[in-house]
Each structure stands twice: as C-alpha cells, then as structure tokens.
Design a protein around this ligand. Structure first.
Ligand code: UGY
Ligand code: MN
Length: 262
C-alpha cells in the first residue's frame, strides 16, 4: 500500500507492515508505507526520505520518482555537503552548475562539496526513478574529491572476498580525497556473505533486485527488491540470497578513508 504502488484508500486486508525501526541501530523500510515528502527545489517529483540523522545515520538517502516534467532547478545539496545520484530507471540530465551529464539506467554522478546538483527528467514523457544521497564532507589536508560520472554496466565486477557468485562494484575512486564510497553487491540465489560483519562504518542500502534473508543485530529478516536497509555503526550484518534466478543486488554507501574523531 502507499503512493509507490498507487494503492491508497481502505484496504480489504488487516493493516500490516514489514517496517522495523531500531533507531541508532538498524532499520528496514519497505516501499509499502512510504509517504510522499515535499522538499523545496524538487518540482513534479514524488520522493521519500529513507535514511537520515533522525534514524541515526550521518547521511541522508532518498528515493525519487521524477514525473515527466520533474526537475530540481534550485540545486540539491548545500555548503560543505557532497551529493550522489543513481538512475534506477529512466533518463535524466544532471548539471553541476557548469556541465551537463546525461544519465540512463545504471548511470550515476557524484559531486563534491561546494557544487549543487541540478536535475531534469528527460525520459520522453515517462517517469525516472532515482536513488539520491548526501553527506557532509570530511576534508583532509592534501587531498580533494572531484566529479565522478559513470554507468554501473561499464564497471569491473570483482569476486567479493574470493566468492565467485558474489560480485562487487565500486562506483567511486578509492583514493583519500573521498570520505565515502558507493558500491553495488550482487548475490546469486544461494550465495551469502562469508561471515557476519561488524564494523564502524554505516550503510544505507537500497535493494535493486531479488530476495534474501538479512541478519541485522541478530534478527533474521526477509527482504526484497524495493526495500531500504539502514545499518548503523557496529550493527552485525550479513545476508543469504534466496529465489530462483534473480540475484539479490543492492546499492549502498559506506564511509571510508578517515580516522574516527575523538
Ligand atoms: O562493504 C561492506 O561492508 C558490505 N559487505 N556490507 C554489507 O553488505 N552489509
Ligand atoms: Mn558492511
């Protein structure tokens, strides 16, 4: 139910939800139940804020449906904040104040702090679906970040920790100018993590395809395409992919390359 699948009004079934919110720890937010948020600058767009500081994240994630006339001419981002957009489906023009980039499905743009992101749906009268991200940039002397433009279909797929049925792609450069990265992890049905990770980094993950069972802080939770998972610092995490042919894939952010502040 909800605006994403246009099922609003009275339900014939009992009200139910798969949402699990453990503030400052982890959250599962399925598409059902998302509500349309209005954010200045986004015109003719339906969007929902996913991970945010109110949940315990140091970043903000959004899922955005750009309607045929959808745009942001005011600029997404603010002083000191880096931004990232990934096209889940559609065709979008992204501008950094100077240069236009045309993105199709699988395309992405990262803009460093100091630049605003302008967006326009150019998908021939059809909607475009986006994953958006912003985080305050933590600078270090002698290094800086720069614009990154690409498409996941052109990226190298690395066997994840030696497992040939789990593929990892890094969307951003790994050099010290970047204090975060965006990755895609893809598990063939039956594949899994090799161990339950526990680490200081946070993740915001949007499931792009497939089904699985995710363990978050020792709770085993069924997950599927369209779900969003927030994993806070140190939350034990891993997954088993299930299903018949579709891989369980998700795009996710991870902070990196910085010494924690005290
Ligand atoms: O990069 C990661 O930490 C990743 N393997 N985490 C995850 O999939 N939950
Ligand atoms: Mn992890």
């Amino acid at each position: 139910m909800g605006y994403k699948n246009k099922r609003t009004g009275y339900s014939d079934e009992l009200l139910a939800s798969r949402s699990i919110i453990r503030r400052d720890n982890f959250a599962l937010i399925p598409q059902d139940g998302l509500v349309n948020n209005r954010i200045p600058g986004f015109e003719n767009c339906e969007l929902s804020v996913l991970g945010s500081p109110k949940l315990g994240a140091s970043f903000v994630d959004y899922v955005v449906t750009m309607l045929p006339e959808g745009k942001n001419t005011r600029g997404f981002g603010e002083e000191g904040v880096q931004t990232f957009v990934y096209v889940i489906e559609g065709k979008v023009k992204v501008n950094d104040g100077e240069t236009d980039y045309t993105l199709e499905t699988g395309g992405y743009v990262y803009l460093p702090a100091g630049k605003k992101m302008y967006l326009e749906n150019i998908n021939d009268g059809q909607n475009s679906e986006l994953f958006l991200y912003k985080k305050r940039y933590e600078a270090i002397e002698g290094y800086e970040a720069h614009n990154v433009v690409g498409n996941v279909n052109d990226l190298e797929k690395i066997d994840y920790e030696g497992m040939t049925d789990v593929a990892l792609s890094d969307l951003l450069p790994t050099d010290l100018g970047f204090d975060m990265n965006i990755h895609i992890l893809s598990f063939k049905p039956g594949a899994s993590h090799g161990y339950i990770e526990t680490h200081v980094q946070e993740h915001g993950a949007l499931l792009l395809s497939g089904k699985g069972v995710y363990v978050l802080d020792n709770e085993w939770i069924p997950v599927e395409k369209g779900d969003y998972i927030f994993m806070g610092a140190y939350v034990p995490q891993a997954t088993y992919a299930v299903g018949r042919d579709e891989p369980l894939s998700y795009i996710y952010s991870k902070d990196c390359n910085r010494d924690p502040k005290i």
